[in-house]
Design a protein around this ligand. Structure first.
Ligand code: SOE
Length: 385
């Protein structure tokens, strides 16, 4: 017998669609006790949220998130609205005893994130941050190879997250779809929006980052603000580069920008260890590149004239999540990373084991982001405590 899980979705943009799709699809592919029911969605603009509710099959809609949280026919609040709304919604939803899923970054800053963690932990409500890239099968496979000892002692972690959609100086800031360029709404630029993904993946694969030194740049200093109608200073970081030292002694470089002409969603990482290396590129997401140097059991060099990089097409039944979809060789896509994340969340409700990344894990990422921004301001190395 399936148990209904009545969802209240806040936001109707890119993430509202990605999450709603996951609610629709998850039980077709994963056998789970809980069955999401699209009970209500919510946004301030009534015309838009009504149209969204009709299109995605929500039974009702609200225009005030406080009303949504007050409803006793909602079990789970999903936050897909801009970053500056996350904190207040989480505090109210936790107080009301709702389960909470929140888009990344968890918060505008560490202080907010700490209050959000305290709220969900005090209320004892299940929670998760939608760092969906952990659920790319190739990235999960990278984690498996690391756990199996195939990388060995890590030396270098190298991440890039490059896009190019804000190069034109006449792209406005603020308002629908462009709030990511408005620091008052987004908190930061590429650091919170893109590097948060890279940091979450890096810490998941390679453990905690101990200290960072960073440099940021804002290439376009003023943009028209869609809501005020005025040309206003741009306060977000358009690009950010930082060096990192991990607790395990390895070194990291991280680069992110929205000014890499031709790069659309170029999210890559490479990890080099004494026994092997892995490389991943989100623009080619079905593949994980693996270099095998040594046997994971013995640590001895593999004496083999075929030693070299191998490209693993991560679509076999034995690869993470792939037995839930099609037959080997048939690929899945971006939207499935949200389905996989949701499936893991639903499983955690059955097992009682908290799902990762939870809000406490999201707080870690927030601390690293804040340390990066602080370092960019001061020019000093910053320790993450
Ligand atoms: C920004 O363009 C963005 O949409 C991010 O906000 C998402 O988190 C990322 O996955 C894709 O790019």
């Amino acid at each position: 017998m399936s148990k209904p899980l009545r969802v209240g979705m806040i936001g109707y943009g890119f993430m509202g669609r990605a999450h709603s799709n996951a609610y629709h699809q998850v039980n077709y592919f994963f056998d789970r006790e809980y069955r999401p029911v699209l009970q209500a969605c919510c946004a301030r603009n009534e015309e838009k949220i009504r149209a969204f509710a009709e299109k995605w099959g929500y039974a009702s809609y609200e225009t005030d998130w406080r009303k949504l949280i007050e409803r006793d026919d909602i079990d789970l609040i999903d936050i897909g609205s801009p970053n500056n709304t996350h904190h207040d919604i989480v505090l109210a939803a936790a107080e009301a005893g709702k389960m909470i899923l929140c888009e990344k970054p968890l918060a505008m800053n560490t202080a907010e994130a700490e209050a959000m963690v305290a709220a969900v932990e005090k209320a004892g409500v299940p929670n998760m941050v939608w760092f969906n890239y952990r659920r790319v099968p190739a990235i999960s496979l990278a984690r498996q190879l690391i756990d199996e000892g195939r990388i060995g002692r890590p030396f270098h972690y190298r991440a890039t997250y490059l896009q190019d959609w804000t190069i034109a100086t006449d792209v406005p800031q603020g308002g629908a779809a462009l709030w990511r360029l408005d620091a008052k709404v987004a908190g930061s630029g590429v650091t919170g929006d893109l590097l948060a993904h890279s940091i979450d993946t890096a810490e998941w694969l390679n453990g905690p980052i101990r200290s960072v030194v960073a440099k940021t740049e804002t290439f376009v200093k003023e943009r028209l603000h869609q809501e005020t109608g005025k040309v206003e200073p741009v306060e977000i970081d358009d690009a950010c580069m930082f060096l990192a030292v991990f607790e395990n002694g390895s070194m990291g470089t991280f680069e992110s920008t929205r000014y890499a002409r031709g790069r659309k969603n170029y999210n890559t990482f490479e990890l080099n260890g004494d026994r092997g290396s892995v490389f991943f590129d989100l623009e080619d997401p079905q593949y994980l590149d693996y270099f095998r140097y040594a046997d994971p059991e013995t640590g001895k060099k593999v004496e083999d004239h075929l030693t070299g990089w191998s490209r693993i097409h991560v679509t076999n039944f034995e690869h993470p999540y792939m037995d839930k979809y099609w037959v080997p060789g048939c690929t899945i896509g971006y939207e499935h990373t949200f389905i996989n994340a949701l499936a893991d969340f639903l499983e955690s409700l059955e097992t009682g084991q908290p799902v990762q990344p939870d809000f406490r894990s999201g707080l870690r990422t927030q601390k690293v982001c804040d340390a990066v921004l602080e370092s960019a301001r001061t020019g000093q190395w910053v320790e993450i405590t």
